[in-house]
Write a protein of this length. Structure first.
Length: 170
């Protein structure tokens, strides 16, 4: 008896096995995309990220698990997403947590160690409790404001907008 015959004789079992495989795949993909270790938008090849204390004019490498903002040599540091275009590196956008978002993110990280984190905490830590902006902008944008976030995180090369900038990993 072949697979097709087994499916025809037991359609409910076939549907159950198919649904289980789909659910497993979704969970696997979700855990690959969402990093509960403290990074937020772009997975890093290692345990480092870029940060800045001067609105992206300069940047330094730090531990990716450090939640911004944090104190660095007496100044407030935020996460910096560094890009390269035509051999020139620049900060495309900045990221920080609100006090509520930072607290929620820390709780999500702790809860992920022992089980499944509370969905509300995940939402607060990744959307309403996280803010982004371009270097030089006066105001921060809440991460759940999708149109503004897409505009901010769509980075263009400074000299030639037709070129595609590449994200730089520390």
């Amino acid at each position: 008896m072949g697979i097709r015959e087994s499916i025809n004789r037991n359609p409910k079992v076939a549907v159950g096995v198919g649904a289980g495989l789909v659910a497993f795949t979704l969970v696997f993909v979700l855990f690959q995309v969402i990093d509960l270790s403290g990074s937020t938008r772009v997975p890093s090849a290692d345990e480092h990220a870029f940060f800045t204390v001067d609105d992206g004019k300069t940047w330094f490498v730090g531990d990716i698990k450090t939640l911004a903002p944090f104190d660095h040599d007496g100044k407030q540091a935020v996460r910096a997403y560094v890009y390269e275009c035509d051999r020139q590196q620049f900060v495309g956008w900045l990221e920080r947590y609100t006090p509520e978002g930072k607290k929620a993110r820390q709780q999500v990280v702790e809860a992920a160690k022992t089980g499944r984190p509370d969905g509300r905490l995940v939402s607060v830590s990744s959307m309403t409790g996280r803010e982004i902006k371009r270097p030089g902008d006066a105001n921060w944008t809440v991460a759940n404001d999708t149109p503004k976030v897409e505009a901010i995180t769509t980075v263009h090369c400074p000299r030639d907008a037709s070129h595609t900038p590449q994200l730089v990993q520390p």
